[in-house]
Design a protein around this ligand. Sequence first.
Ligand code: MAN
Length: 526
Amino acid sequence: MGSQLLSTALILAVSITICKTTEVLRPHGVPLSKKIFYDPSKDFSCLDGSGTIPFRLVNDDYCDCKDGSDEPGTSACPEGIFHCINIGFQPQDIPSSRVNDGICDCCDTSDEYNSTAECKNDCDKLGKAAHEAYLYQQRVFYGGKNIRDTYIRNAKKEIEESQARLEQLRQKVADLEAMKNEKEALKKAAEVKEKVALANYKAKVDRNKRKHNEQEIHEAEREDREQAASAFLDLDANEDEILHYSELQSHIKFDQNGDGVVSDDEAKFFLHMKDEMDLNEFQTIGWQIMKPYYFIDKETTTVKPSRYRRGPRGDPRFPTYDYPDLPDEMGEDQVETPKPTEPAATPDPSVPYDDETKQIIDVAKLAKEEFAKIDAEYQNAQSEMKQIETLLQTDFGPDNEFMALRKRCFEFRDRQYLYTFCPFQNCSQKSSEEGATNEVSLGNWVRWSGPDDDKYSAMKFEGGQSCWNGPARSVQVYFSCGETNHITGASEPSRCEYRYDFETPAVCTKPFESPDEKRKDKHEEL
Ligand code: MAN
């Protein structure tokens, strides 16, 4: 016990000596913030309240408190924390198990105060490097901040202009709407008129067509009768205007059984088994039977009738072919059968219309064109209005500083993928291989997603392509201050949940803390 006391006194002495290099004396390994708990004039109470010991037992290399707070400067307690002051650089907490373990952990060498390790104090060197890094960060910050200020000014201007344009558009849309309604009414009226005119025209065309068909049938019948009369003349050899069966017998084409002779029966067959027929009866019933035989070209003896032979002029039984023109309701150029119009009242450009219909169609066409023109203007103005409204409703950050990123997209390529980030729009991923086209959506812009006290430090994209057996892909984009806009990293921390890190001037709001300020925050010595 005596020797233990002696060594405790020694260690305490050593500790106090070492801490003399700092401005505030305290036991070894104790941070300034906890100095108050280590008062050499009082007993020491373990910081977790697990016991109270005489102060001389602090840092005696024997663990008394459960939390190791009595041994901050030795490795006696497994839970102990050793605090290096690291003057010239940053203070650091290390597990006290590393104290005097032969390895230099603290840049001020304080963790190896009783070991053979040859530690060199390089806190000044590290401090200098940290300071230079800090100066660089400051340059980045102020450069970024200037750009951010520009973003804010531009956004302000754009918002003002958009608001003014929106006002204009509202007025324009109202005017256009009134004009559109007016033109629509005119169009509807003209269409009704057109529909009626086209229906009338169609009825007229149909009527004409029917008439034309009837005429054709009538003409065919007349032609047939004339053929019959012509044949009658041809066959009536004695010209007594009665066709006797004997007159047929001299025409070999009536030889039906091919024996070279036109027998009585064969001849009578064409006269309904009668001996003779007058012209009228022949035209009505005889000719129909004879016609297929009559034109057979077996005649050598008798002259085959040219198309038709004329009867005596003026005899009504032998009419001429000078047919009168077809009656026509639509004028000369309408003789060709017009195509009937469709029941839907749309004019058929291939149909020639009469003047009145044409005029009605033209009026309707003009009314439709005028309406379409105003309607297109109205739609355009409305869609521009919608775009501006969306712009003005979007949360572009507290000073609209993110508006500058709204129409831009950024890419980041790693070994496997090419990642895309279009702020306020979407994110995607595709294979990094040359020529790869298959783009996978990683999500669409949903909201700002930073912590409550720093909402604009992150952005969330959701609803991307579904993962096989997993969630829809999503991305969280983390912003940090930088002089340019670029993705600094893209990763997939958990399957189909991606993380982008993005530097942008838009978040250069707070200067980086200097190493000195960092120490002040921790209530540490400089
Ligand atoms: C693709 C990529 C990956 C993702 C898998 C999930 O390969 O989108 O990022 O992890 O699909 O199956």
